[in-house]
Design a protein around this ligand. Structure first.
Ligand code: ZN
Length: 379
């Protein structure tokens, strides 16, 4: 199934199936606002008084995921039905704390007053840079990372790492060094580490283990020499739903996870690696995990590579790709239709994408720019 390109659609979904999706989205666009509002009022004011209207508000049963726009970096916030939270990466430093403020706004929307776990995939500035500004705004429980900085000869990487170490050294936080095969101690989802510090899981995960036919035709990728290859990758299971976030893991390490057998199995929601850069997202990975939906945290001028766009479009089970930004490099041929883009060409508005997912495998993707969401029924 091909993706709907920019220009192919003018606000109307092309097929009968997608027109139904559009009608549904009108109801769904209203729902999250109401649910968020009631949830926030309950959690921000603490335990409600007996008999108050908030007492009758049902606890959320869904997993919320916020793809915060940090302009070509990463910041993805998961909030489980148990109310526990995991933030993967913190965006950039500087810019008057733009990224930390956007993460704090997402946390507020999700109804949480604290982020339980902050996972730093690797020490490039667009991932670790926001740590000090975030920690100054939102209480954090535990930081998770892969250990030492392996790119200490790069000045900006070392600077970001040192600022992070200073935050850790305050003694206010717990700290976990992730190893492949670890299960993160977060309640409400199963989050398994599949890669860390250039090591990968040795055995397939549940649902994985099939031979990967793409391996035999795949070129040998050179060994990446940067922190990207060290990325902590996380496989998340929530009921029947499978979600994958590999940070900026490069193609050489993708091969370790995917050849000769696909150790990850099928994925429903793929957080496109490396902002859609072609140093990652090889067909060896993307075809075999065959996601239903892919979310790309690209910037206007970062990631969003046309060749990656093509790989995703050709992957066997793809229904939709959503982009945080219109990709300038992608032009008219390698961008999805505007309703799937959170930030169009032009002045930056910091719009986010969010997902509300259910244990039966159904989920809805919401675009904060259009205020519409699209339903993906359970299979
Ligand atoms: Zn990055």
């Amino acid at each position: 199934m091909g993706l709907r390109r920019d220009g192919e659609s003018r606000g109307e979904f092309g097929s009968a199936q997608f027109r139904r999706g559009a009608a549904l989205s009108i109801c769904l666009a209203v729902l999250p606002v109401f649910v968020f509002a009631s949830y926030t009022s309950r959690t921000s004011q603490g335990k409600p008084a007996m008999g108050s209207p908030a007492d009758s508000a049902p606890a959320r049963q869904d997993l919320q995921i916020y793809f915060v726009d940090v302009e070509g970096g990463q910041a993805t916030l998961f909030v489980t039905p148990a109310g526990e939270s995991l933030l993967i990466d913190t965006g950039w430093p500087d810019n008057d704390a733009r990224d930390a403020n956007r993460i704090a706004a997402a946390a507020k929307k999700a109804g949480i007053a604290k982020i339980d776990y902050v996972l730093i995939t690797h020490y490039h500035t667009d991932h670790v840079g926001g740590v000090p500004q975030l920690a100054a705004r939102v209480p954090v429980g535990t930081f998770i990372d892969h250990g030492e900085n392996r790119e200490a000869d790069d000045a900006s990487t070392e600077q970001g790492f040192e600022a992070y170490q200073k935050t850790l050294a305050s003694g206010k936080y717990k700290h976990i060094i992730a190893k492949p095969g670890d299960t993160l101690p977060i309640e409400g989802i199963q989050a398994t580490v599949v890669s860390a510090d250039a090591a990968t899981i040795s055995d397939p995960l549940p649902g994985g283990g099939e031979e990967n036919p793409a391996c035999k035709d795949a070129p040998p990728y050179p060994t990446d020499q940067t922190e990207n290859r060290r990325s902590v990758g996380t496989w998340i299971s929530f009921g029947k739903l499978r979600i994958l976030d590999l940070g900026d893991l490069t193609r050489d390490e993708e091969r370790e996870l995917m050849c000769p057998v696909n150790k990850l199995g099928h994925i429903d929601i793929y957080i496109v690696s490396h902002h859609g850069s072609d140093q990652s997202n090889s067909p060896v990975l993307v075809d075999a995990i065959s996601p239903r939906v892919a979310i790309m945290d690209n910037g206007a001028k970062k990631g969003g590579s046309p060749s990656v766009w093509d790989v995703i479009e050709k992957s066997p089970q793809i229904e939709d790709l959503w982009q945080l930004h219109f990709s300038e490099e992608g032009g008219s041929k390698h961008n999805v239709a505007p309703e799937y883009v959170a930030n169009l060409d032009g002045p930056d508005a910091g719009n986010y994408i969010s997902i509300a997912a259910n244990p039966d495998g159904s989920f809805a993707v919401f675009n904060s720019r259009t205020q519409k969401s699209k339903d993906y029924p359970a299979r």
